[in-house]
Design a protein. Structure first.
Length: 411
């Protein structure tokens, strides 16, 4: 009882400071399960207090105790926000691909909303660059101009009437995306070089492995790993939009690409039937529809592989994550209508899974679609926000079914 009260007080203090990135469970650096009685007590505090911070994740792996997993499921089934589940079986291979030593990969933790980092050993890898994934498409439909402001932001990749094939459109979208990523990476490198020269962080350096041993500041190359992370917001919106354009413009030829761009500029107001067709009849990611699932997988892998070949100011790799946060709302507010049926200013897809309301085939289809994504290759989690009616899981039988579903997905 005393330990529970002390832990409750700790969580309340952390919530007062709006703390991010708390990590439970996982594995020891040398391997084997890392959980202990404090892990279970933490989940109990989370469930009882129902706090919005610290943002707490439970690292699941095949050796996670059944009773701990059941406690996490119980917390979710009662309506608590946390813990979220993150899969070691996908994250650790991704960390190894980034060049981490195995003992450091097993000892990863979370920072921010859900980014992964080797515990106490890295510089970077938390929202180093945030990118609106829908903008490369809207720019491509306007020859590099912003559809809301008219400013020439991206490169000139051709007017819509010049993009005569779907391959040509995809090439234009990719050029816009690579340009935006390149500009962001260059700016991040410049900022890091400036920080190394002018903004030492003494406290962080004393709390980061190897900085003292090397005699180098955290911002000047002292850490073991120097990474870059791109949070790609609304990638499913981009994929669903491209999935819609292919039949509407290039296969069924209902209208030209410039005609579609004009309709989007008018926020679908003079084409409600076409919007309904694009929104409801065409494939969307998360429904086990091969075309839509493959398009998102391909764009995710292409972007991640391109980033992996880039280097940070101190030589580490860049990578990608897709997490769920309020940026989907904020970035959606400055984004025009998109071919997936989304209207001007509406939120972008809020995670790596199906866009809000686009999952029409049930929760199992969502999980099957997600399993096609290259989760062992990306830098950070490809977050999936599952929405389940509370009355379905607030009985012992319903809670058991939720647990079975989540365990099957993790496995």
């Amino acid at each position: 009882g005393c330990a529970r009260e002390i832990l409750d007080c700790l969580y309340l203090k952390l919530a007062e400071q709006i703390c991010y990135g708390a990590t439970l469970g996982g594995q020891l650096p040398q391997g084997g399960d890392a959980t202990n009685p404090l892990t279970s007590l933490s989940i109990e505090s989370i469930r009882r207090l129902r706090l919005l911070s610290p943002r707490t994740a439970l690292r699941w792996h095949r050796g996670t105790p059944d009773d701990l997993f059941a406690a996490a499921v119980h917390s979710m089934a009662t309506g608590a926000t946390f813990p979220v589940l993150v899969n070691d079986e996908a994250m650790v291979p991704g960390l190894l691909r980034r060049g981490l030593k195995p003992e450091h990969a097993r000892d990863y933790t979370f920072c921010g909303c859900g980014q992964t980092t080797p515990h106490g050993r890295a510089y970077g890898s938390y929202e180093d660059l945030i990118l609106n994934a829908a903008k490369p498409l809207t720019y491509a439909l306007h020859d590099g101009r912003d559809e809301r402001t008219g400013a020439q932001v991206g490169p000139r990749t051709g007017r819509p009437e010049d993009l005569a094939t779907f391959d040509a459109l995809e090439a234009a979208v990719w050029e816009q995306l690579a340009y935006l990523l390149g500009v962001g990476i260059e700016a991040t490198a410049a900022w890091r070089h400036w920080g190394a020269a002018h903004a030492p962080d003494f406290l962080r350096s004393t709390l980061t492995h190897s900085c003292v041993e090397r005699g180098l500041d955290w911002r000047a190359g002292g850490a073991d790993y120097h990474e870059g992370m791109v949070d790609l917001v609304g990638l499913t919106t981009l994929a669903d939009s491209l999935t819609a354009i292919r039949p509407v413009v290039y296969e069924e030829r209902r209208l030209s690409l410039s005609g579609l761009a004009g309709i989007l500029d008018r926020d679908w107001k003079d084409a409600p039937d076409l919007r309904r067709y694009c929104l409801d009849a065409l494939p969307k990611f998360g429904n086990e529809e091969p075309e839509a699932d493959e398009l998102l997988r391909r764009w995710l892998k292409r972007t991640n592989d391109w980033l992996f070949a880039q280097r940070t100011a101190f030589g580490g790799p860049w990578g990608i994550d897709v997490i769920g946060w309020s940026g989907a709302v904020q970035l959606g507010e400055v984004t025009g209508a998109t071919p997936d049926g989304r209207r001007v200013g509406e939120p972008l897809a809020d995670c790596a899974g199906p866009a809000q309301g686009r999952d029409r085939s049930g929760i199992t289809a969502v999980l099957h679609s997600m399993c096609k994504l290259p989760m062992r290759e990306v830098h950070g989690p490809l977050a999936l926000s599952l929405r389940v009616p509370g009355d379905l899981v607030r009985t012992p039988e319903g809670e058991a079914k939720l647990g079975s579903l989540l365990r099957a997905y993790m496995e």
